[in-house]
Design a protein around this ligand. Structure first.
Ligand code: ATP
Length: 265
């Protein structure tokens, strides 16, 4: 399928939040992402799937310029969020990452209290004028992350003392606390047991109402359960992008079909 077809298909329907054009990523001399163009919808969960090493995480990290932190990594092409070029010199990457939050594979709470884990972002971005306002932000973020009831009586305890699933919800609360518009999730359930995974999946389902969620997952069942759009990457290229139902039931590209039927990957 031609790039342009992929874009046209992705445009149908929902309001677009992210628009990427001709994005290429190299680590030193090695190309990891080759000329990817895609539009990602607001208020939608978009899943990135594909075999190991195909560039899903690399492309995800382009969306909030996390690749800037890797010395050998060079990103070219254009990425716009709400029509603003994220590589424009006037864009501060730290501010961008508040707007485009990220949750990683392994829960990584700070060595701080539960409260401080969530309060940290709003504090450094000056989102609260008073202590009471900060407290409200923390409470709302923990509620949205479906963790409040479990931690409300021990907000001063270390975040690292929570279970794996709770730690991941804490990291989601931390990302939400800076009022992001986009939430990037890089295999957020891979370190979790089935019960914690189900809780996070339910949470992602609810988050979709207010956020553009982009999730990298190795689990096709997970992508089918939680996403409305699916992008299939292969060898650094975006091979197919469309409604999740269509990608899984009637893939247009033979490589997608081979992947979802287990012949490659
Ligand atoms: N920091 C890095 N330095 C050099 N090469 C890297 C780096 N990160 C990723 N790569 C390479 O870029 C390519 C794409 O990797 P990436 O992690 O984006 O793929 P992926 O599809 O997310 O893989 P997985 O599903 O295994 O996590 C791979 O060849 C990988 O080895």
């Amino acid at each position: 399928m031609k790039d342009i077809d992929v874009i046209e298909r992705s445009r149908a329907g929902a309001r677009q939040k992210i628009s990427a054009r001709n994005v290429q990523v190299r680590y030193g001399h090695t190309a990891a992402i080759k000329n990817v163009s895609v539009d990602i919808a607001a208020d939608t969960v978009t899943a990135f799937i594909g075999p190991s090493g195909c560039g899903k995480s690399t492309f995800l990290r382009c969306l909030n310029r996390m690749n800037d932190t890797i010395d050998t990594c060079r990103v070219t092409g254009e990425i716009r969020i709400d029509d603003e070029d994220i590589h424009d010199p006037k864009v501060d990457p730290v501010q961008l990452r508040a707007k485009v939050g990220m949750v990683f594979q392994k829960p990584n709470p700070f060595a701080k209290s539960i409260y401080d884990n969530v309060a940290y972002g709003p504090k450094i971005h000056g989102l609260a004028r008073t202590k009471a306002e900060l407290g409200d932000i923390v409470k709302v973020a923990l509620e949205k992350a479906a963790l409040w009831d479990e931690v409300k009586d021990r907000l001063d305890s270390p975040g690292t003392g929570l279970s794996g699933g709770q730690q991941q919800r804490l990291c989601i609360a931390r990302a939400i606390a800076t009022a992001p518009q986009v939430l990037l999730m890089d295999e957020p359930c891979s370190a979790l047991d089935p019960i914690a995974t189900a809780q996070i999946e339910e949470l992602i389902h609810d988050l979709r109402r207010n956020y553009c969620v982009v999730i990298v997952t190795h689990s096709m069942q997970q992508a089918a359960r939680i996403s409305q759009k699916t992008a299939f990457f292969h060898l650094g290229s975006l091979v197919e992008y469309g409604d999740t139902d269509q990608v899984f039931t009637a893939p247009r590209d033979s490589r997608t079909e081979s992947y979802i039927t287990g012949r490659i990957g």
